[in-house]
Design a protein around this ligand. Sequence first.
Ligand SMILES: C[S@@+](CC[C@H](N)C(=O)[O-])C[C@H]1O[C@@H](n2cnc3c(N)ncnc32)[C@H](O)[C@@H]1O
Length: 351
Amino acid sequence: MTNTTPGTTASLKPRSTTTSVNDGEGCSPAPIGNNVAVPSRPSLSGTTVRLSLPNILTAIARNQSKRLGLTDLVHKIRGGLDRGGEDWSNRRLDAHAAHVLDIFQTMRTAVGNVTGRVGLELGPGDDVAVAYCFLKAGAKKMYTVERFDSVQLDERALKLFETLDRLLPGTVRAGDVAELRGGRLVLDANRLHHTVGLFEVSGVPEPVDFAYANDVAEHVDDPAVMFRATFAALKPNGCFVNNIDLAGHNAFSKTDRPLDFLTCPDWLWDLMFSHIVTTNRVRYSEFLRCARVAGFEIAKEDVLIRADETYLRQVRPDFIERYQRLADEDLAVIQCVLATVRAGNPLSGEC
Ligand SMILES: C[S@@+](CC[C@H](N)C(=O)[O-])C[C@H]1O[C@@H](n2cnc3c(N)ncnc32)[C@H](O)[C@@H]1O
């Protein structure tokens, strides 16, 4: 467990699961200094928002420009893709492979033995390389479903698979599941099946043994719907693992002040982010509740990061009402790996 203490060098993200969106703003955490200033606190309609006025105005301007289609127009003219996560295509291959392996190891540990099994990844973002790692680990077939057409299937994607071949043991090699044809990487859909669309809508063509989502649950429109749809996609005893980043994103992406975004009233949040892919602000207890209501049993809760107690005590009075009602223990969860099982025979679940 890691505490995040304002003004210390504690890292909020033990893994490189940064979440940025295509809002031109990025989500890089602010640098951590020894004297982190308490941000100015504009008071709007009796609410104290923990974000400076210039940052609020910049976020509103970006969102409204996106709302009017101006940002998308410029983005498309520049050849950009719509995406709901970070763009890894311009990064070094080894850094990209490390990110993929990081997610794979976390998910693999939680899912257990995948030999001969069929798996599903929700929201892979830029690549289907984590799913490819599961094939290397023995999975029979992998499905991936991504909301945006952001998975890049090209020569670089093949190079990423080949890099993973060097780093990860396994009999499956890149050439077994993918082939370059005219600069485009064609996947063997019998092994690696990718669909573009909302998972809740598209689902998968066959029941799967396991499912996982990395940094996705905090972005879905409705976690209850996500858990229900995944429950329906799983075989009995199948498990669903979520790595969830419950910290602030976008303008509120501050490593040392991960909960400031809960001070933002909904009307202002909408002005700033209605057309930007950002966090849904759902808290930990609500994810647990949604999973249980969908029919899942909680197999394992691994809280990786908790907010510092002093910071939480300091910021709590400024939270909007629905977050004020929650317990400190709930609010403090900043990152967790949640493993759930569609119980049939509870003793035979892998998670
Ligand atoms: C923060 S990114 C994470 C990407 C990748 N899993 C990673 O960790 O690098 C969240 C991804 O989930 C996708 N997403 C969000 N809601 C989704 C949904 N309902 N169905 C499918 N994909 C979804 C987004 O488009 C985005 O690519």
